[in-house]
Structures are given as structure tokens and as C-alpha cells.
Design a binder for this molecule. Sequence first.
Ligand code: PEP
Ligand code: MG
Length: 874
Amino acid sequence: MKQYVFSFKDGNKEMKSILGGKGANLAEMTKIGLPVPYGFTISTDACNRYYDENKKMSDDIIEAIYKELAVLEEISGKKFGDTNNPLLVSVRSGAVVSMPGMMDTVLNLGLNDEAVIGLANLTGNERFAYDSYRRFIQMFGDVVLEIPKHSFDIIFDRVKEANGFESDVDLQKEHLMEVIEKYKALVLKEKGFDFPVDPKEQLMMAVEAVFDSWNNARAIIYRQLNDIPSEYGTAVNIQSMVFGNMGDTSGTGVAFTRNPVNGKDEMFGEFLINAQGEDVVAGIRTPKHIDELKDAMPEIFDEFNKTADILEAHYKDMQDIEFTVERGKLFMLQTRNGKRTAEAAIKIAVDMYESGIIDQKEAIMRVEPEQLDQLLHPTFDQKALDSTDKIAQGLPASPGAACGLVYFNSEDAVAAKNDGNKVILVRMETSPEDIEGMIASEGILTSRGGMTSHAAVVARGMGKCCVAGCSEIRVDESRKTIFVGNDTYGEGDYLSLDGNTGKVYSGQIPTIEPELSGDFEKLMSWADEIRTMKVRANADNPNDSAVAVKFGAEGIGLCRTEHMFFEEERIPAVRKMIVAKNLEDRKVALESLLPFQKEDFKGIFTEMGIRPVTIRLLDPPLHEFLPHTPEEIKNLSEQINVNYDELLLRVDELKEFNPMLGHRGCRLAVTYPEIYEMQTKAIIQAAIEISEEKNIAIIPEIMIPLIGSANELDFVKKVVLETIENVFAELGKTIKYSVGTMIEVPRAALTADEVAEHAEFFSFGTNDLTQMTYGFSRDDAGKFIGEYLETKIMEVDPFQSLDQTGVGKLVKMASELGKMTRPDIKLGICGEHGGDPKSIAFCNAIGLDYVSCSPFRVPIARLAAARAAINQAE
Ligand code: PEP
Ligand code: MG
């Protein structure tokens, strides 16, 4: 019979898919002899069965839980509900992939009117016992019975106020007993039944609540955001309680074995004396730096350091550890690989390689390509910062620079973002309910909480700038106001946050491009050695080309020439060319564009040197270049000296019902070959001139877009080749070049063997190929893709990550067909997917020669290509 319940002695760290991350690591720590409070794990299979059986716990699982409970009672020498030595447990979720704060936890389970006496007797501390009891009712009421937490808070605060107390710890046993009675009355009023007193009943209700929390709204959003399949399910960990709130020899803390912000090899964390774990994470009390534990509890500090070293060496990775000290004894409650910023991920990976802990491949696998995005984006301009006074100082919880309009709750932040604004989310402290607002924001500012508070941990994971625990500001969420000294800031005011220093500024501060560290260069050089696929950039001007080279691009995979047409000094000539009545007029207009185009290409060739550059001839529908309103048309008619009515007629003629499927791409060259003639001339002349000037051999790659058939390509290619021959004859000089095509029309993919007869290279334009394969308009899909994702018709937006089963099949097939005709055909991808790590892995698997993406994504693509090569070799 299948096992659904595992004692910590039964498991190990490899069993994550059954025991969840937390359960597997608790078992592993037990196995290597660390002090872990004893317990057991109910498996993810049990969760899936619970859902399969219409949210009902089956009898065999209940029986297995009771059996393990008996073992737990025996090992701990405690008994559920005992008046002398009661067993109390924690019930925690434990997903396969860590989902911090997303699901539910119940602590102190097992308390009732008898057990509380037992706890008081056992500890000799009545106040502690009754405080634990009231915390338990509150947590159970909130998590399991779904009574809003603030209903309990109101009761607690009223008793506190009625007695004139400042702090929670001022409440004594009798006050806590009063709170408990009122809590129970609240439960009866809200639920119509008494608070459950049987610990076994409490336990089963809590286990079901944890299973239910797998499908709460915030867990679902988190899974979507992190690509976690819903079939994984969650495990539940039942563990005997240890108490950090048993006086001054007790405490609790969270620590990372290395600094998760910058990666330095130093212990990083926080602790609180006389507190339970939730107090640290929720940011309710401001904790102390872990180094201060040395003075507070020297022996515990030493033991904790040793244990942390053991864990890091055992897992060969930076650990995020939760611990509790109960009356002078250290207990480990959790360990997991710690979340870290990109900067820290790189430093830790490089340091661990250099100290022989991991090899280069493992170092590469330790850094998520998407994370690099954090490093490649701007920070504040130092000069502007120096001349600006901060308005407040908080903790530098997650690096980066953010500037935006202030909003005070998740809903407003999301709405403002949807209106096109940059947003700063300001909260007293964040909770998992704020996740959507955090996603929508550029940065997050909280007035409470430490470096391991929810805001800090989640922001670091998202790569968002965060300033936490900024106690110099007072946040009034209901009045949507920040008070700082005598100043106030309200909704819609600008603030700038520096996540590297924790400083908060009023107004907008300019930003500058980032500098990349030596460790970054090292890791990228290892990635470059390992990857087999090349990485190029999509760039259409010298500036972007320079950025691309700086980020390690090995060429340009797509230069969209139309972008050059929009510049102010050329657009009149472009428009003149488009509205020309006859060939002669069109040629005159094109002639005046030639020098501009040539200069553009010379600039790009100069930046790129001998790196390959693929230049795509004109692609978009012509009417995109024309004015639309009567006013604009009138202005143009005066500017280019064409009769207004005639111009109006021509603009009208150029309108199309489906421009994306209309007169665009190579179809333009079938009707107006002179456009491609001019562009080809400009490319070849520029290549010859720069080759001579720099004494290098530039080999331009001329790319024809939107081909649907071999004949079409053959026709247009002849125009290009004839032009090249003419330029050679005119100048009496020749250079090497190649002519290829984009594959972005499904028919071109289906007949790629024929198309390859005329193409020296294929570049997959997966934006159009996705559009035409799905029949989803690129410009309109945003209106409905959201629903497709929500209803799970689609897992991901196919315009962001390649649809491997459909569009990818066409790409693979076209590659194979192309190679059959021309074994040395060069294959690349230049749609947006060229910068998406998952799509990059697919391109690697089907043997493309290169991917091409926006300059800022080049390092991401280099790392993703290396990881794909490593994974493929395994
Ligand atoms: C494509 O279609 O994938 C492509 C790169 O071309 P564009 O986005 O310019 O249509
Ligand atoms: Mg295209």
C-alpha cells in the first residue's frame, strides 16, 4: 500500500516531490544528527488524493496520521491534551518548490483548557501558557475557521487599552484569560459551534486547511508567476513545538549563511529574544542583527554558527535557516537554499567555485538567467543623488533604483500601473495579499519590518527595489498619506527609492546604466566557453549596436531598417516616396534617402567591426509611415508640395483591412523593387567603404522578410543580386556578402526545402510566425490572452515564450528541411523569443546556430544558452 505519512526519520533531501521542500530538509537535518524537534510529514500525494476525493481525507490516511502521532507522543514523552505534559505541535505547509508565506501555518496546536494548565505546570510560566493559548485560538480561527484576523486583533487591543497597557507583553494571565474567553465567544458567534477542544479534531481540521490553502488566491498567483504546476500539491509537516517565547533564555531567528543581498561570505540574519518565529518574519517587532546573538547568548551563537557551517557544507549552497532557542537549547526548524539577489547569486557561485565547493557547470546553474535583468538595469545617477537630500532612511532590503507615483494598496497600485504609470507601493508592512501590487510596482517602501520581512524577501526574489523598515516615515494607509517630519506625501506624489542604500527621496531622480562586476564577467566567460549557440542582438542604430557589443553580442541578428525611416529629417522623403504617382518620382525620393541609409549602415558596421550584421530590407505596411488625421495630411501636402485632395486619395488607397497580412515585407519589393534596390545599394556601398577605411572584411547579410514561397524569394533575390552586381561594376570593387530570408509565414516553413534553394540563411521571425500560426493578431492578442492564461487554455503567452508544440514544430521542421537542401545553411531566431530562456533552450535542442534578442537581454541569452548546453549534455 502506498505510504502517505513519513516520520522525519524515514525521509531525506532527495524526496522533495513527496515530502515538499520543508519536509525533505527536516528529514535530512534529522538524518545528519542536527537538533530538530521531532515530527512527521503528510505527503503531497495525500494532498492530491484529498482533491481527487472531493476534499475528503480518506480513512487510511487518517489512520496513518494517528499512528505517527502515537510515535510522536512516545518519542517526546508528551501527550495530546495532557494536564501535566501536553504535546503541542506546529502544522505547516511545505510545497515542492518554496512558496514563502503563500500558504497556511498553525502553531501551538493541541492547546485547550486542560493542556494550557499542563503547559503552565510544565514551564512554570502561566503567562506564557495563556499567551500561547490565545495565539493559537487566533491563528486557528484565522487560518482554519476563516474568521478575519482583525476581528481577533480588535478584541486583543480593546483588552490592552482598557487596562492602559502600552505593549503586548504587559498583559498578564488574567487579561489573557479574558482575551481567550472573548475569542471563544467570537468563534461561537461567527461559526455557530464551539471552538474545537479535541486536539485530534484540531489536527485534522488544520491539515485540511493547509491542503485547502494550496488553492487560495495568493498561492495561485504565486504559482503562475513562478511557473509552478498546480499538480504538485503541498505536503503538511506536523512537528512538536519548541518555544522561543519562554523568557530571556529563549528566542527565535532567521539567518542566511551568506549575505543574500551582495553575496559576501558573512552570516546575515536577525533574531529576537523571547519571541516566536512569526514575530520576526511579520516585522511586528524590530529584530536585532544576528551578530548581537554573540553577546546575548554566546554558547548558542557558537553552536548556531557551527550548525550553519555544517548545513552549508552539506547542501553546498547558501542556506536560509530558521531556528529557535528554548530555555537555552538550540533547535533547527528549517533550512533551505536561500533566495538571493542576482549580485549575490553571481558572487556566491563564483566564490563557491573558487573554493572548490562546486564546479563551473554547477556555478552556471546557480544563477537564473532572468535574474540578470536586475543587474542590467539603471541605478540613480550619483551626481543627481549627491545634490538631493534624502527625506528618510530605511533598510536597503533589495537593490536597484525605483521612481514612481506613490500608492497605498495593492488594488490602487495595479490600477495605476494599468493606466501606464510607474508605481511605488507604500505600506506599513506587506503581507502575501499585497503580491499583485508588488508585481505592479517599480519599488516597495515599508515603514516596518526588517531585512527578512515579507516585503524584503519577496522583493529580492522578484528583483524589485525595496526599502523596508523605514521608521522615519509614518504611513497612514487609510488616509493614503506618508508623514515625514513636517511634510506629507499623498497618493500620486513622486518618490524615488534607492534599494542599495535604503534612502528615500522626494521627486524624480535620473538614472544611469549599470556597471558590471568582475565576478559577472567571470561567470559569463565560463558560460561563453560552455555554450555552443551564438548570441546576437536586435539593433538598428550605432548606439544600440555599441550597447549590444558591451553586453557580449557576437553580431546583429536583426537590423530593422524601417526604424531608420522614422527619423525627423528623413520622414518627408519617405512619405514623398510612398505617395509618388509614378516610378520616376519614387526613384527621385529614394535617391534622396540613399545617403541617410548609407550613413546608418556605416555607423553600425563601424561599431560591429567584423561581427556579422544581418540587415533586413523594408518590412512594414507603407501606410504606417503616412499621416492619418486631416490636419496631418494637410501639413504634409504643404511640406512635400502635393495637392491635398490627391494626397488624401493616396492615403486612402494605402489603407488596408488587415495590414499585418497585407502589402508588407517582400510583397513591397514585388510591386516596388526600387525600394529594395536603394537599400541594397546603401548596404553594399557602406560595407565597401568601412571595409576599406578599417581594413577589415565586412560581409553583410541581406535578409528578405515575409517570404511565403520559393518563387517569391527567387524573384526578390534577383532584384537584390542585380543591384549588387551594378554597385560592384560602378565602383570597380567587390566584397563578400550573403542573402537569406526570414521564416515567418507558415508556408515558408512548410516548404523550407524549396526556400533554402535561394537562401544562405534562415532567421526565424517567431513574432509573425506565432501570429500567423495561431491566427492571433500581434496587436490585438493582449485583449484576450489574459483570459486564455486564467482559464488555462494556455500555460504561457505564446508571444513571450515560444509555443514549442505548435510554432516550435514549424521551426524545427523548417530547420530540418532547410538543412536537407543546404547542409551548411545558417539558422537563427530573431523574434522576441530569442531572449526568453525557455525558448532559448528549445533553439539549442533543435540545433539553431544563434539566437538574437534585445541588447539588454544578451547576457541573459548567453547564460541561458550555456545552461541549455549543460542540461542537454546530461
Ligand atoms: C518577427 O516577426 O519575429 C520579427 C522579428 O519581425 P518583426 O517583429 O519586425 O515583424
Ligand atoms: Mg516579422
